[in-house]
Design a protein around this ligand. Structure first.
Ligand code: GLU
Length: 318
């Protein structure tokens, strides 16, 4: 039975830099089903940290698309709620407060390396495509910092220890990463002052009382960094479940640029129940692609049914 005090709170946390694609929808469906199958609720947080790339019109469309599919949220988005703001572009002061806590611990330092320099240095990459930071700016002297600051506004990184972080993912099972060797010191803030995703997501999930994070497997390797930040900030960490990514029939990763798989086109061809039913089939939640409502899938939802490797969309399914 759902318990009032400890009930599950999941979330949708889309970055509205384009129209939702099928992969985003699949993750939203799984996040919703996982929370609802535990008697829980869902928060909608708009991850528009980079406000220029995320015009409000996309956030509005995204709400309409989720509602059209029947994936209703209980709190957040344009309907607001008790844990706002729900738009990351409005949370600068909140992130600043947490960022200062990390600074006071002496863990934050300025980094003057450009993206091009880091890639040229052929440092190894994390599985999500970031360079494992080799620590170039870790021990600059105050004089060096003052000198370099004359020509460039630095980004800021947090120091990580040589420590293995372990957790059990609700979909993928046990996972571990060494913070120093697999991730390296990571960004908290960009040179233009915009806070980094890793900091914002931790601060927001904690202040919104999120207890379960369901998202794409491309973010599995971010989780160790986020667990580290939860610890440093003294915040309770949620559970995590990373769902397998959806690939086009030819094996390509779906992206927001894939017009053919965006909701704009899909909405012209299919009913919401047809889309939900096809996604449920692709993710192992029903044996055939019959139309379904999200509600009708709650009763039989189980993470054990969801595959652990990328899912190639069967030819002709969409
Ligand atoms: N905003 C991210 C995205 O749309 C998801 C972040 C998260 O779920 O932690 O890819």
């Amino acid at each position: 039975m759902a318990n009032e005090t400890f009930s599950t709170k999941g979330r949708f946390a889309p970055s509205p830099s384009g129209r939702l694609h099928l992969g985003n929808l699949a993750c939203s469906l799984l996040a919703w089903l996982s929370a609802k199958s535990q008697g829980g609720s869902i928060v909608l947080r708009i991850e528009d940290l980079d406000a220029e790339r995320c015009p409000r019109i996309y956030a509005q469309q995204l709400e309409q698309d989720l509602a059209w599919l029947g994936l209703f949220w209980d709190e957040g988005g344009s309907s607001g709620g008790p844990n706002g703001p729900y738009y990351q572009s409005e949370c600068g002061d909140i992130y600043t407060a947490s960022y200062k806590k990390l600074q006071e611990k002496g863990l934050v330092y300025p980094c003057f390396c450009s993206r091009a320099q880091l890639h040229a240095a052929s440092a190894p990459h994390t599985s999500d495509g970031n360079v494992i930071y080799p620590g170039t700016c870790r021990d600059l002297t105050p004089e060096q910092i003052a000198e370099k600051s004359k020509t460039k506004a630095p980004a800021y990184r947090v120091r990580v220890p040589d420590e293995v972080i372990r957790f059990t993912d609700g979909c993928m099972g046990p996972h571990s990463e060494n913070l120093l060797r697999d991730c390296g010191d990571f960004y908290l803030r960009r040179g233009d002052g915009v806070f980094a995703y890793q900091l914002a997501v931790v601060v927001d999930d904690a202040r919104m009382g999120v207890t379960e994070v369901v998202r794409g497997a491309d973010l599995l390797s971010s989780t160790a960094r986020q667990l580290y930040l939860y610890r440093l900030l003294g915040l309770p960490a949620p559970r995590f479940a990373h769902c397998p990514l959806l690939l086009a029939p030819d094996g390509r990763r779906l992206s927001k640029r894939d017009g053919d798989q965006s909701l704009e086109n899909l909405r012209e061809k299919y009913t919401p129940q047809e889309i939900v039913g096809k996604l449920a089939f692709a993710y192992g939640l029903q044996p055939e692609p019959a139309p379904r409502t999200p509600e009708s899938l709650i009763k039989d939802f189980a993470w054990t049914k969801v595959p652990k490797t990328d899912i190639c969309l069967p030819e002709g399914l969409f």
